[in-house]
Design a protein around this ligand. Sequence first.
Ligand SMILES: Nc1ncnc2c1ncn2[C@@H]1O[C@H](COP(=O)(O)OP(=O)(O)OP(=O)(O)O)[C@@H](O)[C@H]1O
Ligand SMILES: [Mg+2]
Length: 275
Amino acid sequence: MLIALTSVKGSPGVTTFAVALAASWPAGARRVVVECDPAGGDLAQRFGLAASPGLLSLAAAARQPVDQDVVWNHTQPLPGGIQVMAGPPGAHQARAALGTLTSATSPLFAHRPAVAVFADCGRLDPGSPTEAVIRHADVLLVISGSHSDELAHLATRVHDLGRIAARACLVLAGGGHATNAVERELGIPVMARIPDDPSGAANYTGRAAPHRRRAGGLVRVASVVAQVLAAGPSREPSPPVLDAVQQVPGVPAQPTAASGVRVLRPPVLGKDVRS
Ligand SMILES: Nc1ncnc2c1ncn2[C@@H]1O[C@H](COP(=O)(O)OP(=O)(O)OP(=O)(O)O)[C@@H](O)[C@H]1O
Ligand SMILES: [Mg+2]
């Protein structure tokens, strides 16, 4: 299963959530986080990984015909055991590697039902090489902040993303407008809301000492999203734009509309909602 994660603006926590989701994936399944961000990767620096193996070494290998399982030769383990394929820190190198790894025969797109590949596509600027990853993905998670400026950017892209991805799900992050207000204004359902959880995020950005690890809000949301995605698509007919696979507890169900995107006014000062 290929799960692509992306944002449209800012740094709402895509890389952090990709690692949290992989760590929360049901036990027994092989999983790997692939850092496809065209702006360059963060995982090697955050976790003190070696420069190679990683995305660059896989791209070099994939210039020749390769076995589908070659991916595992280009990963390194994080302290918790999750395998990651770290991207190079520089955008030029990252884009060059993605040029090779987004061809139709890319080992990243090999069909592996028993493997979960979490592709961190970074910010999806128009013309990004990671559009090919999104087209091949079984699921796309679009992660966005929830303030008016962030939602305004999201509104300009979200319907296109819903069309190019097989199954696209919107995930909000942090404080800002209430989830049901965003659903109403964008006319699409929200799959989950990642809470502002700095100590939870520290676990997945190499900043937390192992003894300080605890199951906070970020971990809880990652676990629910992992269970929903691992269970596969719901049998309900999909709404035409973004597909809310299942409402996450705490996010009220909303009727969906395929059009009529509006953008919320900023919340009244002191009334930011964090649900
Ligand atoms: N749920 C969260 N609560 C609090 N802080 C978070 C959360 N998720 C991520 N962060 C913090 O936000 C910062 C950015 O996170 P991250 O690198 O995951 O974002 P990103 O969307 O991948 O950004 P970029 O597109 O620049 O790569 C990091 O310092 C991380 O610790
Ligand atoms: Mg990132």
